[in-house]
Structure formats: structure tokens, C-alpha cells
Design a protein around this ligand. Structure first.
Ligand code: PLP
Length: 287
């Protein structure tokens, strides 16, 4: 397996960065997770747009144009003979000294890893997920915006720790006002009486590329789709709940904080949306 590290392709075992890289020392950098379906990079423009906006927000220079990054991504896929893959694109602040000062880091790090995706076990899509809500809160958007997909995922890691300790594989974070924000690595949707709701970006969630695709697909299918705040109560009494993300795609949630959702199995709306999503992904990609 070949990994792109700062201008060259190296074998996975030799893909290394400096211990002085501020991405490692401080989580100072940004990243994207991108899917490749049958040789098509899914919604690459949107991922690159989000990457450049994340970088702009934290004053991080990306030492490539979008076209250059696209070429490197395509080359990485070719070198690894991958047609279905998960791509991790990382821009780190680069090597500095032990101080925080990012302006001492003169050369930003660029890393691209492409791998076969270890998709969630198929049975999880058939049975649905059990999740909980946790004490960890999404960081406030007025400080560091959750729209910045930064390398500092401690918030999300704390959520995963709480989830694991409770014996479940994912959890929902609330924002500082108690509204539902998102999962540790995915966005959340609820369905009630044919109305589909997902929290608006301003509540404090990453604006997921999959989330945006699902909003479009559901609207095309005639659903009333709303970006509207909701609380845990609304989740508990929903007909269906599902999560969306690049890795997870669309996955049903059947239990939240011990409350059974609907009849306790993945519902027809979630199944329909997943079906249309899977149909759309190949069509839409960039060859
Ligand atoms: N929310 C968080 C915190 C994430 O890390 C991710 C994954 O990237 C998502 C939501 C889903 O976003 P996307 O659909 O762009 O993968």
C-alpha cells in the first residue's frame, strides 16, 4: 500500500511524520474523509470546499490548489489499484518547535491515505444501532466552529469513550443549550409523520456531505425535510432515527437511551433513503 506523504509516495510502513509536527503535538490541522465508489470520488468538490474553508478558518495554508490535490488523490488511487475506497486527506500545520506558535511551522504537511473501507458489519444495517446520549457537549460555535473539521477530535473521542463504556457503538452529543447536535462521526436525522428533521448547522454540528446529500435525496422523494432544532424527547418519540456519514452512509438507530424507536427495527423511510442514496453515489462521482 502506497501513502502520499509530503510530495512522495512511500510504502505504508515507511509513511511517517516528525514528532515535531504540530498536527501530532497539538491536533493543529484539518482533514477530510472521502469515499470512492466504483472509481468515482464522491462529491470531491464539496469535500475540497470544506477542507479549504476549515483551513481558512484556522489560518492554515494548504500548499496546493484544489486541482493539484485532485490529481494527487487520483494518483494515490491508481497506485493502490483501488476502485472502492476510503480516502483520508490530512493537512497538518507541519514541523515547528515545542511552542504553540503555528507561524513557526513553515511547511504544512500533506498526507493522503487510501484504503479499502472496512464497512460496518452488514448485520448492523439490518438490525439497526443502539445508541445513547452523553454528557460531553459539542463545542460552542462561537469559539471554534464545529464546521471546522480539525485534527483535534478530543470532543468526539470523549463521546466514543462514553459510548463504549455503556456498551454501544455510537452516541449523540447535545449542544450547550441541550439541543441534539450530532454523533461522534456522523449527523443525525429523525422521521415523524413523514417529516424528516436534522439539526441546523448553527446548533453546532459538522455540515456533513452525506447529510447534505440526504437532504436533497429525501426532498426529491417528496419528503418534507426541515433543518430544525430538536431535543432528546423528539428523538425518543420519533418514528425513525438514522445517522449519516461518509463511512456509515445511512444507518438506522433502533434504541436511544434505552427507549425503543418505532417497532425496534430499521424503518421503511430509512430503508428507502439508503436505497436512493446508494443509487446516487455511483452516478454522481468524479471519474
Ligand atoms: N459529524 C462529524 C463530527 C464527523 O466527523 C463526520 C464525518 O466526517 C460527520 C458528521 C459526517 O460528515 P460527512 O457526511 O461529510 O462524512
Amino acid at each position: 500500500q502506497w501513502v502520499y506523504v509530503n510530495g512522495e509516495f512511500v510504502e505504508k510502513e515507511n509513511a511517517k511524520v516528525s514528532v515535531y509536527d504540530h498536527g501530532f503535538l497539538y491536533g493543529d490541522g484539518v482533514f477530510e474523509g472521502i469515499r470512492v465508489y466504483d472509481g468515482n470520488v464522491y462529491r470531491l468538490d464539496e469535500h475540497l470546499q470544506r477542507l479549504y474553508e476549515s483551513a481558512q478558518s484556522i489560518m492554515l495554508n494548504i500548499p496546493h490548489t484544489k486541482e493539484e490535490l485532485t490529481d494527487i488523490i487520483v494518483e494515490t488511487l491508481k497506485r493502490n489499484s483501488l476502485r472502492d475506497a476510503y480516502i483520508r486527506l490530512v493537512i497538518s500545520r507541519g514541523k515547528g518547535d515545542l511552542g504553540l506558535d503555528p507561524f513557526k511551522c513553515k511547511k504544512q504537511g500533506v498526507i493522503i491515505i487510501a484504503e479499502k473501507l472496512a464497512i460496518f458489519p452488514k448485520e448492523l444495517y439490518e438490525t439497526g444501532l443502539e445508541i445513547i446520549t452523553v454528557a460531553s457537549r459539542r463545542n460552542r460555535p462561537d469559539v471554534l466552529s464545529p464546521k471546522v473539521k480539525s485534527l483535534n477530535y478530543l470532543n468526539n473521542i470523549l463521546v466514543r469513550i462514553e459510548a463504549s463504556l455503556a456498551g454501544v457503538s455510537e452516541a449523540l452529543m447535545l449542544n450547550d443549550q441541550g439541543y441534539v447536535a450530532e454523533g461522534s462521526a456522523d449527523n443525525v436525522f429523525i422521521v415523524k409523520n413523514n417529516v424528516i428533521k436534522t439539526p441546523p448547522g448553527y446548533l453546532g454540528a459538522l455540515e456533513g456531505i452525506t447529510r447534505n446529500a440526504i437532504i436533497e435525496i429525501a426532498a426529491e422523494q417528496g419528503y418534507d425535510v426541515r433543518e430544525e432544532p430538536f431535543t432528546r424527547h423528539d428523538v425518543y418519540v420519533a418514528d425513525e432515527v438514522f445517522l449519516t456519514g461518509t463511512a456509515a452512509e445511512v444507518i438506522a438507530v433502533v434504541k436511544v437511551d434505552g427507549r425503543t424507536i418505532g417497532d425496534g427495527s430499521p424503518g421503511p423511510h430509512t430503508a428507502k433513503i439508503l436505497q436512493y442514496f446508494r443509487k446516487s453515489v455511483v452516478k454522481e462521482g468524479v471519474k
